[in-house]
Design a protein around this ligand. Sequence first.
Ligand code: MRU
Length: 358
Amino acid sequence: MSMQSVTHAVNVRLGEDERSIVVLDQTLLPNETKYLTLTDRDAMWEAIYKLRVRGAPCIGIFAAYAMAVLAKGIEAADFDGFYAEYSALSQYLGSSRPTAVNLACMLRRMDGVVLAHRESPRQELLDALTAEAKAIHAEDMEMCRKISEYGLSLLKDGDGVITHCNAGPLATSRYGTAQGPFYLAKEKGMNIHVYVDETRPLLQGARLTSYELTRAGVPCTLICDNMASIVMKQGKVQAVFFGCDRIARNGDVANKIGSSGLAVLAHYYGIPVYSLGPSTTIDFHCPSGDDIPIEERPHSEIRELYYEKPMALPEVECYNPAFDVTDHSLLSGIVTERGIVRAPFEENFRKLFPEAMP
Ligand code: MRU
């Protein structure tokens, strides 16, 4: 398996006819590699909700392609009729998952394209939507590469790094964000060992991260989430790298459930924690982590999903928040495509992204 076949794997693309989207069904990995061809709104909504397509940037890219495809099926004769139908479809897709801001952000960007073509012939509008979705995809590739380089600058040969969930090529376009530095290290002949949290309950670490890293030849060790403390205490890791689903203006970071626990542990052991993500994951209008909506998912994911048999009685009460918020005080930095942002985050976001800050 070549490194490129992992870092450049295509998990989301337009179908040949540009009237469908082809996605790799991530729920079946690592046991089965199956691509789905999606043409209708319900299948697209379900693909996001069920995490067939997942990871904040990847969801944003998928949603952009989805709107480009769905717009082609709108038959309304005039612009107002078209826009009413388009908006309803966009709102519907946007309701699939609430936490990762890339979904809302990319739907808003596509909406802007529609409004900018109010006076254009319909075909021109449709072509512009397709072009925008492709641009969003290409921009993410570019951002991931830069984030990976800045991330790698934080590591030295021989370091161990612990990561959580999956922030690799599967969750993005190429390389990934929090995982990108590990591939770059391998390309440059640096020795970095990655400890991969399995990431209960959906096992993105076990099923996806350890799968991607192993196939790319990056040395990694899979651990259960509750083993992070001993790995840190034994001096096996010099940094924590995880992704992000929404970053608030003050630097609070929402990421996969368990991320904040990892950060609290790392703080105790004096290990630096970095969140890595593109600026499309920064919600400049969100003041703090308290304002980030946290998705709650079905209890069956805890009780039975990925087990051969249910591991709790069906009537057992569960609580299944899909994300948590790491307080900015626990972060040594946020790695973006424009550089590494350190505290005070709000002030430094303003310096790096002056055009985006309200
Ligand atoms: O629920 P998921 O699998 O979509 O959650 C994904 C994460 O939390 C990732 O760490 C985050 O989206 C960053 S992906 C580059």
